[in-house]
Design a protein around this ligand. Structure first.
Ligand code: GLC
Length: 547
């Protein structure tokens, strides 16, 4: 979908005014407070955008069909929580030599900062989107440029081992160096992190954000600079290098993404695979075909084909597929095998049979030899929708699952990061007895408000904004009162997380992005990718060996 900036920008006395589809707009006043105003008419450009994009066409009719009560944020005055969120987000901005370069992870005065006073790449994404949607792109541009400097300027050594060139850090902090009398940046590539794992997701998020910045501002010059082109190439070279793999998915260590502690996601976690797919698609659109760019684009194309086939075929689970796995024969040999990875049906956990609705499905957590991790992971599934890794049927299936299993996946506080929780022996074995990841807490079945932005974007793309509106309403009723916790605990997400930071920036920014997207669904264009005809339909299983 190409929705560059189909709305118009006008300067008003009180600030910048941004048009959208419903006859209202968000005005950012000079005092930094957002305000809703009735304005705008659709220009012929808007109409052309609406008519040429199938998604937007269905979106427009879908919005018209959505009951007004479900879109409560379309009222003229912004919700007090929305205003408060902007205030908190601005407090989290960090400057490097007087230039805003990011937002710190949390501004909780009651807890020891640990590394929460750093700018985490993944955490900054919703902040960046909020600023872009509010027409404040400078901080995003500064972040993107600083990240490149961190990528190329450092030799990343962990003990005696040097990390691959192109890795992006998990986070950085800004410190004042009194002897040199200026700010310095300190990056963490995993060498200080708990578990010493390098983040695989940081580079992907950087690429995705670079595209979002270009789409939102119309400024393609940044992405075309030699520095950005080189940055993209370095990240992709790391992921596309040849090795011993027989799968197109990326092999990862445990804890290499949002779930950054041991949680049994080693192997081929869906979160990384979806982000990988999305980053490849974003990169393909930004890379210049000059020099070695052409060859890289070809490698991207091939990988996209293989990756989408593999994930759409082997990670997808619905009632029918579950029944097939349940009846799998084992020890099959040669290319005629149906049970290619030799998964033993006895390894299917009991909970899946109850959890799987007749209608709906999802991409499971992991697929590797003799191992299917049947757990649900929210981020990977939402990104699969946004990147169109999920086919239209799969997209609808994931949405059906959200609706059918509302209590489990959304409960009282959106949204569950993973389902279900590991308990007892499994918890001991898989997490290594991690006291932070006890059942229904933190990464182990905790509820993370930040996920609301991904969920909302996925709902809008799938044509079901009313579901997102329902979840946002739940979140809005508590989040500010509870001081914006990092996560909630319990089966229904009812309790503020045991060790949750308060004033967690991505909880704040995630909420803002969700609100702004629902208010003006055209924002979706900066973060979603429409299905691309160039990605061919999946090959049949039997055909995959004949090449
Ligand atoms: C926790 C989360 C991680 C996040 C970090 C900063 O470690 O697991 O995903 O980036 O906090 O908020």
């Amino acid at each position: 979908m190409v929705v560059g900036r189909p709305w118009s920008m006008q300067r008003t006395e009180s600030g910048l005014q941004q048009g959208s589809t419903d006859g209202q707009s968000t005005t950012v006043q000079n005092n930094g407070q957002p305000r809703m105003q009735p304005t705008r008419t659709l220009s012929s450009d808007h109409l052309e955008g609406l008519l040429t994009s199938p998604s937007m066409r269905s979106l427009a009719s879908m919005i018209a069909d959505t009951p007004r009560s479900d879109i409560s944020m379309m009222s003229l005055e912004p919700h007090p929580t929305f205003v408060e969120a902007w205030r908190c987000l601005r407090k989290a901005i960090i400057r490097f030599r007087d230039i805003p370069v990011g937002t710190i992870a949390a501004t909780d005065p009651s807890e020891e900062a640990l590394n929460y006073n750093q700018v985490f790449f993944r955490d900054f994404v919703p902040s960046a989107l909020a600023f872009l949607m509010n027409n404040e792109p400078e901080i995003v541009k500064n972040f993107l440029k600083k990240a490149l400097r961190l990528q190329s300027n450092w030799e990343k050594r962990i003990d005696n081992f040097t990390l691959g060139k192109g890795a992006m850090p998990a986070s950085f902090k800004v410190q004042f160096d009194a002897t040199r009398n200026h700010d310095v940046m300190m990056a963490d590539f995993g060498e200080s992190a708990i578990g010493r794992v390098a983040p695989v997701d940081s580079g992907f998020w950087w690429i995705i954000l670079l595209r979002a910045y270009s789409k939102s501002t119309g400024d393609h010059i940044l992405a075309e600079t030699p520095e950005c082109q080189q940055g993209i190439k370095l990240i992709l070279n790391l992921c596309l290098s040849e090795g011993f793999d027989t799968f197109p998915t990326l092999l990862c260590a445990d804890g290499c993404c949002m779930v950054d502690r041991r949680m049994g996601i080693y192997g081929y976690p869906i979160e990384i695979q979806s982000l990988f797919y999305m980053a490849l698609r974003c990169a393909r659109g930004m890379l210049k075909p000059e020099g070695d760019g052409k060859e890289l684009i070809e490698r991207i194309e091939k990988r996209l084909q293989a990756l989408s086939f593999h994930i759409r075929s082997y990670f997808w689970l619905d009632f029918e597929q579950l029944n097939k796995v349940y009846r799998y024969k084992t020890e099959e040999y040669s290319h005629t095998a149906v049970n290619k990875f030799n998964v033993i049906p006895d390894s299917i956990p009991d909970w899946v049979f109850d959890f799987m609705p007749m209608k709906g499905g999802y991409f499971i957590g992991n697929v590797s030899p003799a191992r299917m991790d049947f757990r649900w992971f929210c981020l990977g599934n939402c990104v699969a929708i946004l990147s169109s890794l999920a086919t239209k049927e799969q997209e609808a299936g994931i949405m059906d699952l959200f609706e059918e299993r509302w209590q489990d996946l959304i409960g009282e506080m959106p949204l569950k990061i993973a389902y279900p929780a590991l308990e007892n022996h499994a918890w001991r074995l898989v997490t290594g007895c991690d006291p932070k990841n006890t059942r229904w807490s933190y990464h182990n079945g905790g509820s993370w408000p930040v996920l609301i932005w991904l969920f909302t974007a996925a709902c809008i793309k799938a044509g079901r904004p009313h579901i997102a509106a329902r979840a946002i309403e739940l979140l809005e009723a508590r989040l500010a009162k509870d001081h914006w916790p990092e996560y909630y605990d319990g089966k229904l997400g009812r309790f503020v997380g045991k060790q949750a930071r308060k004033f967690q920036t991505w909880s704040i920014a995630g909420y803002l992005v969700a609100k702004m997207m629902l208010e003006d669904p055209f924002h979706l264009g900066i973060i979603a990718l429409e299905d691309d005809m160039k990605v061919k339909a999946p090959m049949s299983r039997s055909a995959s060996w004949t090449f």
